[in-house]
Design a binder for this molecule. Structure first.
Ligand code: CAA
Length: 291
């Protein structure tokens, strides 16, 4: 099936990055959110990031203009029903995702492919509650979406081959690389990345190192572009905790026990960059470690 139009649910950090790459690759994008301010902010941010690409001579000014013209927004979720492909990129809570799919289902074209950008929730379970489990897949982008090359493709137990092949073609058109993962908790990237981040928080919790020494060790000692605590702030500590809980519950192994210090930061509402405070305090000119 040829995909021309894409509906994106959620204009947050992932949704706006996904809108950016699809619009730049020539797809018509319809972006929705429950907040009008979030929609406005998302389109502005896409414009800002596209401009940066123009300045760095990665794209032309015409390509930027054309991409922005391809992005439309709506506050009405059901408007997305006529698009060829829907990517749900809402909050990482199963009840929220479920409610979105329930509301969308009666308005979908029979051919529309439904996907979720979930970083850890069972695709098979999400799919089973829709009218089209064979046309349902996990479509997991990495943050920041315009920069990261990888997209994880996760087939539920019922996903059919044409749906998988269609999404492989879409990833190719985006100029990205697909990795196929089986539908087990947190798939591939987060199954490996999150326990590392959680271990970094334990290292801090047990006093083995400070925020600065832990991040510097991994940056300079293992050539990671960001230290694990800086990366946790970048992803969002609530998201990191949610993924650790999915691993802990889904695999029933104590090695995935979320660090109590991670839980405490989330309880404090110190969720990382998005709330201006996490393992670093971002309220001043330069980030300052909070421990
Ligand atoms: N949106 C769009 N573009 C961005 C961006 C953003 N938020 N942040 C940076 N960029 C672009 C810049 O424009 C620049 O582009 P060019 O190379 O084309 O000029 C490029 O990224 C590099 O940016 P900077 O020079 O400003 O910064 P940097 O060299 O420090 O790189 C980084 C920034 C790319 C984010 C880098 O630090 C990095 O790769 N960090 C690790 C990111 C990572 O691991 N992401 C995966 C998280 S896990 C995940 O997403 C899965 C999940 O489910 C939780």
């Amino acid at each position: 099936m040829e995909i021309r139009s894409v509906g994106i649910v959620g204009a947050g950090q992932m949704g706006n990055g996904i809108a950016h790459v699809f619009a730049l690759a020539g797809f018509d994008v319809l972006l929705t959110d429950i907040s009008e301010d979030a929609l406005k902010a998302a389109v502005e941010l896409v414009g800002h990031h596209l401009e940066r690409q123009v300045v760095r001579e990665k794209i032309t000014a015409e390509a930027k203009k054309a991409a922005l013209a391809r992005i439309k927004t709506t506050m009405t979720l059901t408007d997305l029903g006529q698009t060829d492909l829907i990517i749900e990129a809402a909050t990482e809570r199963e009840t929220v995702k479920q409610k979105i799919f329930d509301e969308l289902l009666p308005h979908l074209k029979p051919t529309t492919i439904l996907t979720s950008n979930t970083s850890s929730i069972s695709i098979t379970r999400l799919a089973s509650r829709t009218d089209r489990p064979e046309k349902f897949m996990g479509f997991h982008f990495m943050n920041p979406v315009p920069v990261m090359q990888l997209v994880e493709l996760i087939r539920g137990i019922a996903t059919d081959e044409p749906t998988y092949k269609t999404l492989l073609g879409v990833v190719e058109k985006l100029g990205k690389t697909a990795a196929s993962a089986e539908d087990f908790p947190a798939f591939i990237v987060n199954r490996i990345l999150m326990p590392m981040i959680n271990e970094a928080v334990y290292t801090l919790y047990e006093g083995v190192g400070s925020v600065k020494s832990i991040d510097e060790s991994l940056k300079l000692g293992a050539n990671h572009p960001m230290g694990p605590l800086e990366l946790a702030d970048f992803i969002g500590l609530d998201t990191c905790l949610a993924i650790m809980n999915v691993l802990h519950d889904g695999l029933a192994d104590t090695k995935y026990r979320p660090c109590p210090l991670l839980t405490k930061y989330v309880e404090a509402g110190w969720l990382g960059r998005k709330t201006q405070r996490g393992f670093y305090d971002y309220r001043g000119e330069a980030p300052v470690p909070t421990r």
